[in-house]
Write a protein that binds this ligand. Structure first.
Ligand code: SF4
Length: 65
């Protein structure tokens, strides 16, 4: 299982993650990213990995469990 978290200290609110994977990320009213899923469904893992790779702040942390 893959888990994901966002380092809120690093997130600068570019929104790239939302563009890449809108099924797992959203922007809060403040313009920063939040997760919309607790666990990443298998079909979203590739997109979430791509979002993490494209985050300019390296704020998306993935862990395999
Ligand atoms: S791409 Fe990274 S810095 Fe931008 S909103 Fe998403 S988590 Fe935050």
């Amino acid at each position: 299982m893959t888990t994901v978290s966002i380092d809120s200290e690093r997130c600068a609110g570019h929104g790239a993650c939302v563009t890449v994977c809108p099924d797992a990320f959203a922007l809060t009213g403040d313009g920063y990213a939040e997760l919309t899923v607790d666990r990443i469904p298998e079909e979203l893992v590739e997109l979430v990995e791509r979002a993490a790779a494209q985050c300019p702040e390296r704020a998306i942390l993935l862990a395999a469990r």
